[in-house]
Every structure is written in C-alpha cells, then in structure tokens.
Design a protein around this ligand. Structure first.
Ligand code: NDP
Ligand code: 2IT
Length: 452
C-alpha cells in the first residue's frame, strides 16, 4: 500500500483492500461497514492517518494455513485445510472462535477475525481479535471421527496458541465436544495444563459457567437494553430466531424466560413456524442431543406447528427478529418483508447475518432499531474473557455471578454504542456507535504502542 493512497479517505482505503484481497467479498463487506462512519473521526484525529492506523488495522498481523489429514471410521483418508488468523493484538492476545464448516475459506475467517477485533474492543476487556477454522464438515461424523480430526488439527495449531498469545474457542460447528478434544491434544503435546489456552471448556475442568449460554443470553440482554431505551420490554413480544444452534437456542431460552413469545426458528433444512410458541426442549432434543434436522419438529410437536423445507423464517410476522445462523442469511427482500409485517427491532446473534442492503432497509425504516452483531453478540467472547480471567487466577465463579457480569457487560456495550453514536451526530445509530467506539479503543492502543 503506497502512502499516496492513504490519508483520511476511507473510500480510497476500501478500494485498496478490495484490490489487495481478491476473492474475499465477505472480508470486503466487513471492512466497508467499519470504515463507513470513520471519515469525520479521522479528520478530527489526524494522528491516526499519520501513523497509518487504518492501513495496519485491515492487514492481519499474521495468518497460518495448514493441512489437516485424518482417517474416517471406514479407514479412508481425508485432507482438510485449516487456518488461524491473528488479526490484531493491541488490546490483548488474539481471541476468537474456530469454525468448522465445509464453506470455510480464508476470506470467511478474515471477515470474522476483523469483526472480532472491534467486538472484543467493545467489551472493554483485555482481548485482541483473531479467528480460525477449517473446511471440515462435522455433520454426520461420529464422535471418534471428530476427535481424530481435532487431534490432527491441534498437532499443528498448538505451536501458534497459548494463554498470552492466541486463545481459540467455539464458533459454528465447534462447541464443548470439539473444545474438549482440542484441549486434550494440546495438553498431551505440550505437557502442560495451560487451561487459559482455549475457552468454552467443560465447567468441570476449567470452563466458565454460562459460556455455553453466553452469546444467546447476551443477545437478549442487549435487546432488553434496546427496548428499555424506548421504554419497552420483552414481555409478550413476538420473536423470530434463525438457526437452531448454540446462539439461537440460548437466545430463545432467555427470550422466553423474559416473557417473549418465540414463534419461529430455523436450521439449514428449513424454517419452523409454531404459533403456540416454540417448544425449546424439543428443539434441544433434536438439535443438541440427536444432532438431527428441524424438519422433525413439526411432526413431533403436532398442534399448529409447520415446517417449510428450504425456507428462511423471515416471512413469519414478528416484532423482534434475531438472525442467529450465518453470514448474509437475511437480504433486502427479507428485510422489506419483515418491516412490512411490523418488525420494530432487529439484533444480530450471528456475525454479519444481514446483507448491506438489508441493513440499509432497517436503518431507513421508521421506528426500527437495528443492532450489529459486533455489539449484540459480544456476550460469548466476553464470558470467554471471564474464563481466561478465572483460569489465570485458578478461581471459579458461580453461575449467578457470571450471569450478573454478563448482564453488566452487555449494558455497558449498549451504553457505549449509544453514547458514541450521539457524540458523533449519529443519534440512535447502533452501527455507527459500535464501529466508532470499537475503532477508537483499538486505534488509541495502536498509537500508544508505536509502529508495530
Ligand atoms: P451452530 O453451528 O451451533 O449453529 C448454527 C445454526 O445455523 C445451525 O442450526 C445451522 O443449521 C444453521 N445454519 C448454518 N448455516 C445456515 C444457512 N446457510 N442457512 C440456514 N441455517 C443455517 O453455530 P453457532 O450458534 O455457534 O453460531 C451461529 C452464528 O453466531 C455464527 O455466525 C457465529 O459466528 C456466530 N457467533 C457464535 C458465537 C458462539 O459463541 N458460538 C459467538 C458470537 C457469534 P444446521 O443445524 O442444519 O447445521
Ligand atoms: O464470534 C464470536 O464472538 C465467537 N465465536 C466467540 C469467540 C470466543 O472467543 O469466545
């Protein structure tokens, strides 16, 4: 990147990012969102441009890509590609999840790592941003196959991670089972019980209480704050959630506990509409225990529940929509339909689930509050940071205490987003608030640490 292309114009930088990172549209999208509100901030603080803070921010500090061979139960050999991107360590060790999904590419992991930098900054905790993953498909694989894959992956990854260096956790396709296998192999190879190397561990062996629930619960705590800002609450609200995984299941659990009526849920096979309210025990049995498809929900539930094969849940009328499945799962057409059907609040549980055009529809609609994932889904990584804190002090907190701290953290993020938005002439704009606040915290630390 030549000095002449830089300065205080985010559009010029965005074009550089696109040119230098071909074939990575999700990464471009994530960068575009962060850069959009930064023009006036850069003009007001010329020291950022002088120190080329933005140019450094969009370039990962390091990227490791490696082969992961493994043997399935039938004796056949498979070769997967895994990677870990250390995006920014200004605020602490790289921190972020690992995703196992056949669609994973370096561009996906870079977009997730970039988002993570600002999300982690918003938590106010001492964590930098990173992400990793592999194009491994855990669907239909036995526990033994998943174990062998995790062990093979860790046989390379172990040399790049550690409590003060890089701390992976779960993301889509990676949860307690995988973290257990990954940690076991890490412990065996290194001969150390460095618990703070991975988060999302079992609560019986170093894992934080509430980590499993944290992203979904945190999302709903954030929604509660958004509603409170309009003198509203969740009681009696109609909610639709996409996905039926870690984030969505615990978002539904907390929304129901706070009195909401959740009537829609989905997975990659299609969407369920249950006007009587989602039976979460049934969803948990199908998705968490049996690792099955939601298609079975309607049959087993009876009543008025229906399943729409291959559909998203965005045609189900609701007041609150919580996209919790995957990136770009909600487009402008879906957004328009939601608005037409009366949605008044959209908060992202997944990372970047709304397309740019969908976000524009929500932001242009009267009376619709929209929160970007880097603010509203930060509860998971916040409790991961609590786990690191407990591991470092060889301490363990109760469920109640951890949940209390999660609620406080989500309240602080909400307040920071609103305050920052207001200070920068973006009243009520959570996107501008989150991106400016996250940027300022990281950028100030980078300035203080010199050109590194
Ligand atoms: P899971 O793998 O547990 O669940 C993902 C769910 O989304 C599954 O039900 C899956 O369907 C569904 N899904 C995936 N792709 C699609 C698709 N293309 N269309 C429709 N449904 C789809 O993942 P998580 O719940 O952990 O993560 C979900 C999102 O939240 C991701 O964007 C992740 O990055 C983000 N996130 C996760 C955090 C965490 O702590 N786990 C923290 C913060 C954000 P199926 O069951 O059929 O595979
Ligand atoms: O996207 C995310 O914030 C996560 N997948 C959680 C990361 C973490 O380190 O807990």
């Amino acid at each position: 990147m030549s000095p002449s292309t830089t300065g205080t114009d985010p559009d010029v930088l965005l074009q550089d990012v696109i040119d230098r990172n071909p074939g990575e549209p999700e990464f471009h999208q994530a960068v575009r969102e962060v850069l959009a509100p930064l023009g006036p901030v850069l003009e007001a603080r010329p020291e950022f441009a002088k120190a080329r803070v933005l140019e450094r921010l969009v370039e990962p500090e390091r990227q490791v890509i490696f082969r992961v061979p493994w043997v399935d139960d039938a004796g056949d050999v498979h070769v997967q590609r895994a990677m870990r991107v250390g995006f920014n360590s200004a605020l602490g060790p790289y921190k972020g999840g690992m995703r196992f999904n056949p669609a994973v590419t370096l561009g996906t992991i870079k977009f997730l790592g970039f988002e993570q930098v600002f999300k982690n900054a918003l938590t106010g905790l001492a964590i930098g941003g990173g992400k990793g993953g592999a194009d491994f498909d855990p669907k239909g694989r036995s526990d033994e196959e998943v174990m062998r894959f995790c062990q093979s992956l860790m046989t390379e990854l172990y040399r790049h991670i550690g409590p003060d260096q890089d701390v992976p956790a779960g993301d889509a396709g990676v949860a307690a089972r995988e973290i257990g296998f990954l940690f076991g192999q890490y412990k065996r190879i290194t001969g150390t019980y460095a618990a703070g190397t991975l988060t999302g561990k079992g609560t019986g062996w170093g894992g934080a209480q509430v980590r499993t629930e944290a992203t979904g619960y945190g999302l709903v705590y954030f929604v509660r704050e958004m509603l409170a800002a309009r003198y509203e609450d969740l009681d009696g609200r109609t909610v639709v959630v996409s996905g039926a995984g870690n984030v969505s299941i615990f978002a539904i659990e907390k929304a129901q506990a706070l009195g909401a009526r959740v009537v829609g849920v989905s997975d990659s096979s299609g969407a369920v509409h249950d006007p009587d309210g989602i039976d979460l025990d049934l969803v948990k049995a199908i998705k968490l225990q049996e690792r099955g498809r939601l298609a079975e929900y309607a049959e087993r539930r009876g009543g008025e529940a229906t399943f729409d094969e291959g559909a998203t849940p965005w045609s189900i009328p609701c007041e609150i929509a919580l996209p919790c499945a995957t990136q770009n799962e909600l487009d402008a057409k879906d957004a328009k339909r939601l608005v037409k059907n009366g949605v008044t609040l959209v908060a992202e549980g997944a990372n970047m689930p709304c397309t740019d055009d969908a976000v524009a529809v929500f932001q242009d609609a009267d009376g619709v509050a929209y929160a970007p994932g880097k603010a509203s889904n930060a509860g998971g990584v916040a409790v991961s940071a609590f786990e690191m804190e407990q591991n470092a002090s060889r301490n363990g907190w109760t469920f109640e205490n951890t949940d209390e701290r999660l609620q406080t953290t989500m309240g602080q993020i909400h307040e920071l987003c609103r305050r920052t938005a207001a200070e920068h002439d973006h009243e009520d704009d959570y996107v501008a608030g989150a991106n400016i606040a996250g940027f300022l915290r990281v950028a100030d630390a980078m300035l203080a640490q010199g050109v590194v």
